[in-house]
Design a protein around this ligand. Structure first.
Ligand SMILES: [Ca+2]
Ligand SMILES: [Ca+2]
Ligand SMILES: [Ca+2]
Length: 326
């Protein structure tokens, strides 16, 4: 009996040692709230609202009962527990969700683009609130939104995925590029049908001076295909495509700078988080896959405690806000 007891104990200790050895240099959860401010969180976006070189987080979401659509600006000084710095006006619109993106649309510095079904709002982000620069009717019918400089003129273009054709199984989307000129967004490109696009991001992932457009498409909530495109001679050219096994749908994608280079950050309906790099047209894994027990709707990376290592900020269905620190 005694021998067996000891053997059992040795096994447990061994298992723990193996576990510790096997777990990669990873992230720990430093903030996790299941009902954060809103009934439904839709987007998270990092911005330096007070220009003190430290990022704040804009959380966008909806309260269905009270017919509210808000943007919250969260401050993280001095810790990882968010403090509400300000809340936007109510942007509620019947049956509309909301998309946010940052870019330079020629209004001096960085502007926040907020899209609802009906409107495109162009804002200046200030320490106290959002300052409306312009409100334009939204003709883009977006299912996904990204912002990047596509033609190298120093100003941002708006990229949207919209329904191009409806099949029995799913939407089949086209990607459109919109240029801000004469105080409105003008369509400068429409792609061929690219599949049921569930998320979109853009940026120079491999640092070769040419912007990559990354689109994830797939059916239902199945694991999808992630396509990396360049926009060359007025058309999309696929650079590579890949699949993240057992991820489910990826609704969350951003291209962000990490200490070891630019990474495509993805968050999936199965709670998987991946960081991927691109080199010579090949995708490689940055850090090993992380796993949350929730369905991720958006993700962001920003250094919240000023130690040079970005935190990961995730929004999960319906209103969970999680912060992971390396
Ligand atoms: Ca700041
Ligand atoms: Ca441009
Ligand atoms: Ca590139």
């Amino acid at each position: 009996m005694k021998f067996n007891d000891r053997r059992w104990l040795v096994c447990v200790v061994l298992l723990i040692v193996i576990q510790i050895a096997a777990s990669p240099a990873s992230y720990k959860t430093v903030f996790n709230e299941t009902k954060f401010q809103l009934e439904s969180i839709l987007q998270v976006l990092a911005v330096d609202a007070d220009t003190d070189q430290q990022k704040e987080i804009l959380v966008t979401g909806k309260n269905y009962v009270d017919r509210e659509l808000f943007i919250y600006c969260l401050d993280f000084k001095p810790g990882f527990t968010p403090v509400v710095k300000w809340r936007s006006d109510n942007l509620f619109e019947e049956r509309s969700i909301i998309w946010t993106a940052l870019g330079n649309f020629g209004q001096g510095g960085q502007q926040l683009l907020v899209l609802t079904t009906k409107w495109i709002y162009l804002y200046r982000v200030t320490p106290e609130n959002l300052q409306l620069i312009q409100q334009i009717g939204n003709e883009t019918e977006p299912l996904a939104v990204a912002v990047a400089d596509m033609d190298g003129d120093g100003f941002s273009e708006l990229l949207t995925a919209k329904v191009g054709a409806v099949t029995a199984k799913a939407y089949n989307c086209v990607l459109e590029i919109w240029k801000f000129q004469d105080n409105k967004f003008n369509k400068v490109h429409q792609s061929d049908l690219l599949g049921n696009i569930r998320s979109l991001t853009a940026g120079d992932l491999d640092n070769d001076g040419i912007t990559e457009i990354v689109a994830e498409e797939g059916l239902r909530l199945d694991t999808g295909n992630i396509h990396v495109y360049n926009f060359k001679e007025d058309r999309l050219v696929e650079k590579t495509q890949f699949k993240l096994a057992n991820n489910g749908a990826v609704y969350a994608m951003k291209i962000r700078e990490f200490p070891d280079g630019k990474r495509l950050l993805t968050g999936s309906t199965k709670g998987k988080i991946n960081q991927l790099g691109l080199s010579d047209g090949q995708v490689f894994t940055g850090l090993p896959e992380l796993s949350l027990k929730s369905s991720i709707v958006d993700i962001e990376a920003a250094d919240l405690n000023d130690d040079g290592k970005p935190e990961l900020i995730t929004a999960s269905y319906p209103s969970k806000l999680t912060i992971l620190s390396p």
